[in-house]
Design a protein around this ligand. Structure first.
Ligand SMILES: N[C@@H](CCC(=O)N[C@@H](CS)C(=O)NCC(=O)O)C(=O)O
Length: 207
């Protein structure tokens, strides 16, 4: 199998921390998003959606979504599980990842990608060209604030988002909170549990 990725970008980072926690190694090729290499003919031939990360299996199957890649690798490498320890926990982790992606990650992306030259005509990832909508910046910022508060409330009741151990949901939340720094947001002082939790994750991953 072969992984194509660009480590600094947030979706690749979700996978990067999964791999780090698992301690597995995968044949990897970097695709330089800074030079828009994701739109090169050679990469588009593998992933017409032009997004990273992707995992190409030995039979040619291509997985193009972070959650799908993590889930597949978790099945191949069941030690140090990141998708729970039961069928129910597995479902709960996937549910949480979906929630974090929709309520948190996409809110940050909405703010980041609807302004500035870097994302001009590409407010959404991939080859689709469309205009930025600056009004979405304000809405995105409101969504980020609500997300911080919701996660602070969740983590006031439990140390991990699912069960009694680290899961991909925690990794996704950690990456999303870091990603919010890209739009100059910080976990606010009215969310002290989330601030502490973030600091704990940072030291867990040696960052
Ligand atoms: N559905 C994909 C989305 C991946 C994605 O959007 N990746 C971003 C990097 S964080 C990307 O490739 N963006 C390409 C672009 O902006 O052109 C997943 O969950 O992995």
């Amino acid at each position: 199998m072969k992984l194509y990725t660009y480590e600094p970008a947030p979706n690749p980072r979700r996978l990067g921390l999964f791999i780090k926690h698992k301690g597995i190694s995968i044949n990897t090729q970097a695709i330089d998003m800074m030079t828009k290499e994701q739109f090169s003919d050679s990469f588009c031939a593998i992933n017409p959606r032009s997004t990273l990360p992707i995992l190409v299996l030995d039979d040619g199957t291509v997985l193009t979504d972070t959650i799908a890649i993590c889930l597949y690798l978790d099945s191949l490498h069941p030690e140090k599980p990141l998708f729970g320890r039961s069928d129910l926990e597995r479902a709960q982790v996937i549910g949480r990842c979906h929630q974090i992606f929709f309520e948190g990650f996409s809110a940050v992306a909405e703010v980041l990608r609807n302004k500035g030259e870097a994302f001009k005509d590409r407010p959404l990832p991939g080859p689709l060209k469309m205009p930025q909508i600056p009004a979405l910046i304000d809405r995105g910022n409101l969504r980020i604030g609500a997300f911080y508060e919701a996660m602070n409330a969740e983590l006031s009741r439990q140390d991990f988002l699912v069960g009694n151990d680290l899961s991909q949901a925690d990794i996704d939340l950690y990456v999303t909170l870091g990603f919010s720094g890209w739009v100059k947001r910080q976990i606010p002082d009215n969310c002290p549990v989330l601030q502490n939790w973030f600091a704990g994750m940072k030291s867990r991953f040696g960052e």
